[in-house]
Design a protein around this ligand. Structure first.
Ligand SMILES: C[S@@+](CC[C@H](N)C(=O)[O-])C[C@H]1O[C@@H](n2cnc3c(N)ncnc32)[C@H](O)[C@@H]1O
Length: 248
């Protein structure tokens, strides 16, 4: 059983390591944030929601808050984090409309019911020992929840090297769509809008260190996109897609 203290230490340490990586890490976070913001904005638009206030639970270093603020998703944004170090970086980074970043215990948010129009859980549930409980807490403090997770219960992610990579960054859940549906249902919510993303070529090639590696990553991205276009279901079983949904 991991204590809140151990959880904090784990994420504090990983944010310190990431900061030491410098510019490359910053660019990676900005690139990832653009895709995640595209998803959150598209889901709100499809559901005809124009939130005035958005809380990001597990906001990390605030890259997504900054992107959402710049793109005007809501007039007020608030971050919640378990890691003091991540919260410090998020406050320093800032975001248009950011009202603050609160450190919490990972279970109970120190705010009233329905305090926000939308709560966002972006790439957080796979890090959490009891994701249904955190989702219920997100639903308690908001009128709609947008969640995004990598669907890692697939053939490619089952390989040993992929599993240890995921464990190293704190993934303790491996979800497929069925698993997400079960979580959503157990939180008393239902999915109103959803989307899948096989990720753009820029994401697949970001860590390529040489010409040949870049060519391989470009080919891989093309194959994945083609399979996804033919059969999203088959693609989901073969490799990791990002899944996002808006629940109420
Ligand atoms: C992969 S990062 C995602 C950061 C950001 N949401 C994004 O999408 O860019 C996962 C974050 O979840 C946080 N986290 C871990 N356990 C959590 C919990 N129980 N409640 C809230 N956040 C948690 C970690 O500290 C980390 O910042």
């Amino acid at each position: 059983m991991t204590t809140t203290h151990e959880l904090r230490q784990f994420y504090d340490e990983s944010y310190r390591r990431a900061t030491a990586e410098g510019d490359r890490h910053l660019r990676w976070r900005q690139l990832s944030a653009r895709g995640k913001a595209d998803h959150a904005i598209e889901l709100c638009e499809r559901a005809e929601l124009s939130p005035e206030s958005v809380a990001e639970i597990g906001c990390g270093d605030g890259a997504l808050l900054a992107e959402l603020g710049a793109r005007g998703l809501a007039g007020e944004l608030h971050g919640f984090e378990v890691s003091e170090e991540a919260a410090r970086i998020a406050r320093t980074r800032g975001a248009p409309g950011l009202t603050g970043v609160t450190v919490f215990d990972g279970a109970r948010l120190p705010v009233d019911d329905d305090a926000f129009d939308v709560a966002l859980l972006s790439h957080v549930l796979e890090h959490v020992p009891d994701p249904a409980a955190l989702l219920r807490e997100a639903a308690r403090v908001s009128r709609a929840v947008v969640l995004e997770v990598p669907l890692e219960a697939n053939l490619s992610a089952r390989r040993g090297s992929k599993r240890s990579g995921a464990a190293e960054i704190g993934h303790i859940q491996s979800l497929d769509r069925h698993g997400v549906s079960a979580l959503v249902e157990s939180a008393g919510l239902s999915v109103r809008e959803e989307l899948l993303d096989p990720l753009p070529v820029e994401v697949h090639t970001f860590f390529a260190a040489s010409g040949p590696e870049r060519a391989r990553a470009t080919a891989k991205a093309g194959i994945r996109r083609a399979l996804f276009n033919v059969s999203p279901r088959l693609a989901e079983r073969a490799f990791t897609l990002h899944y996002a949904c808006l629940c109420q």
